[in-house]
Each structure stands twice: as structure tokens, then as C-alpha cells.
Design a protein around this ligand. Structure first.
Ligand code: NAD
Length: 283
């Protein structure tokens, strides 16, 4: 028999993840503020709850996949969680908030993910987990339904620190792929031919593999919104401040992403950093 799971936050990521859990035989009750998201869950064979409290009733595992810390705090602090329930927060939030949640609900894991919408749809996410070993072991069979690379990286908050490191690298790689495209096009070199050869050399990376065609075509449907990446750069800089280190390149990337938001691209995919880089040169 499957595990009784409450799943809160059925958006771009949460919706396909919940669908995989249902398909794997788990008893999934979900809640989201959006009724379209609840309809999707029912179509996948899950149960739509009327409230967070309703979703939590009888749950053995609670999974949250929400935008940021205020939503996670709202869901886990204003609704009663049975002390025995295993809380798995898969949202990307500040490490300090994950630690605060664990102080109030010790049976919790921070388990943010990487792999994007594609990874969620294909159940191939990388999941970086912070918390107690025994809770990790208990959550692992459930996490294996949605992820491929699942690693216990340390105590509460450690999963979020690893995710922050991921986000600063992803932001930087997007910015540099964008600069490469601008240079190639301005020089009259076919960007597709240029990036095709680079994808086989030392500069090869997954963003080049997965996103170079859509970037060259200026297709910026999210995916992962600039607004969310802006949030994540704030998390990375906050985490750096907590441990007194300077991350100068991360600071620059954060400003490029902030410019994207200020220029009105917040709801586009983060590959729209290309527009920010083009705007610098008036192109
Ligand atoms: P999203 O905006 O598509 O989904 C969030 C969902 O939460 C929405 O459906 C929203 O209605 C719901 N929600 C908000 N407040 C709520 C509340 N109080 N109660 C119930 N539901 C509520 O966002 P997403 O892209 O799915 O991202 C979710 C998290 O995963 C974020 O922390 C994000 O940084 C992280 N993440 C996203 C991606 C990606 O590629 N999209 C990749 C890795 C990690």
C-alpha cells in the first residue's frame, strides 16, 4: 500500500511531481490556491483538498512545493502538523528558514530540487536533502518517485545551501551563453553553428545543450521565471552573508537578473537574460 501524502503547491513543478506520486500508487491529497491546479490533480487521479488543513488530515508525509519562504511559513506554521508527520519542503527557500522550520517541527527535511520543469515531468530531478539521517531514509522511497539523483548533503538547511550554489552557477551560465550569442550575432557569425561546435568543447554544459535553440529563437516561455531566479539570487547572497564570505560574481549575476525583472521580464523564462544582455548594447 502506498503512503498517504499531502502535497501543497501544485504549480509548474508540483503538478507533475504529484502526478508521478499518484502513478506510483501513493494516496495523494493536494492543495493549491489555484482551482486549475486542483483540477489537474484530480485528472491525474489524486484528491483535491479544500484547504491545507483538509489536505494534512491523516497524512504520513507532507510535501510542500511553494514559491518562497512566506508561503512555506504560512502553510506549515499556521496549520497544525502532527509531530510524527514527515515534512518534506521541496521549495527553494533560505537555509535559515529551513532551520527555523526544523526547530518547530523536528521531523522535517529541506529537499530542494534541480532539473527544472523537464526534470519534474520526466521524474529525473536532482534532490539535495538536509536533515536527520533517519528522516532521509524514510523519505527516500517517496523522493525516488520524482528524482534520479538524491543525496543527503548534511543537517537541516544544507539542502538549501547546495541549491543556492546551484542557482548562482545556473544564473552565471545563462548570462555567459547570452553574451556568447550577442557576440556571435553582432560579428555576423551564425550563432547556431557557433554554439553547436562549442557544445562539444570545454565550454559544454547542460544549458547549452537544452536551451541554445530556444534562446537563439527568442522563445522565453517559462520554465523557470526570472522572478523566481531573482528570489534565489537573494537567497544565495543571504546565505553568503550568514557565513561571512564574499561572492563577487554572484553579486553581478544577481544584478543582471534584477535588471531583467526591472525591465519587465519577470514572468519570462530565465533564459530571457539574453534580452538584458542585448539591451546593454542597444541591440
Ligand atoms: P509555481 O508558481 O508554478 O507554483 C507554485 C504554486 O504554489 C502555485 O500553483 C501557487 O498557486 C501555489 N501557492 C502559492 N501560495 C500558496 C499557498 N499559500 N497555499 C497553497 N498553494 C499556494 O512555481 P514553481 O515553478 O512550481 O516553483 C516552486 C518552487 O520550486 C519554487 O521555490 C522554485 O524556486 C522551485 N523550483 C522551480 C523550478 C522550475 O524550473 N520551475 C526548478 C527548481 C526549483
Amino acid at each position: 500500500k502506498g503512503t498517504k501524502i499531502a502535497f501543497v503547491g501544485l504549480g509548474i513543478m508540483g503538478s507533475p511531481m504529484a502526478g508521478h506520486l499518484v502513478a506510483a500508487g501513493h494516496d495523494v491529497t493536494g492543495f493549491d490556491l489555484s482551482s486549475a491546479a486542483l483540477d489537474r490533480l484530480e485528472a491525474q487521479g489524486g484528491t483535491a483538498a479544500h484547504s491545507v488543513r483538509d489536505a494534512f488530515r491523516g497524512a504520513e508525509v507532507v510535501i510542500t512545493m511553494l514559491p518562497n519562504h512566506p508561503q512555506v511559513e504560512d502553510v506549515v506554521f499556521t496549520n497544525e502538523l502532527d509531530p510524527g508527520v514527515l515534512l518534506v519542503d521541496m521549495s527553494t527557500i533560505r537555509p535559515s528558514t529551513s532551520i527555523a522550520i526544523a526547530q518547530r517541527h523536528p521531523r522535517s527535511l529541506d529537499a530542494p530540487v534541480s532539473g527544472g520543469e523537464t526534470g519534474a515531468k520526466q521524474a529525473s530531478l536532482s534532490i539535495m536533502v538536509g536533515g536527520e539521517e533517519a528522516d532521509f531514509a524514510a523519505a527516500k522511497p517517496v523522493l525516488e518517485v520524482v528524482g534520479k539523483t538524491i543525496v543527503h548533503v548534511g543537517p537541516h538547511g544544507a539542502g538549501q545551501v547546495v541549491k543556492a550554489a546551484n542557482q548562482l552557477m545556473v544564473g552565471g551560465i545563462y548570462a555567459l551563453v547570452a553574451e556568447a550569442i550577442v557576440l556571435l550575432e553582432a560579428s555576423g557569425v551564425d550563432p547556431k553553428a557557433g554554439l553547436d561546435v562549442l557544445a562539444g568543447g570545454l565550454a559544454a554544459n547542460r544549458i547549452l545543450d537544452l536551451k541554445r535553440e530556444s534562446m537563439i529563437a527568442r522563445e522565453f516561455t517559462p520554465g523557470f521565471r526570472i522572478d523566481l531566479h531573482h528570489k534565489d539570487m537573494g537567497i544565495a547572497l543571504d546565505a553568503a552573508r550568514q557565513v561571512d564570505v564574499a561572492l563577487p560574481v554572484t553579486g553581478q549575476i544577481a544584478q543582471l537578473i534584477a535588471a531583467g525583472r526591472a525591465q519587465g521580464y519577470g514572468s519570462l523564462d530565465h533564459s530571457a537574460l539574453l534580452k538584458v544582455i542585448e539591451n546593454f548594447s542597444g541591440r
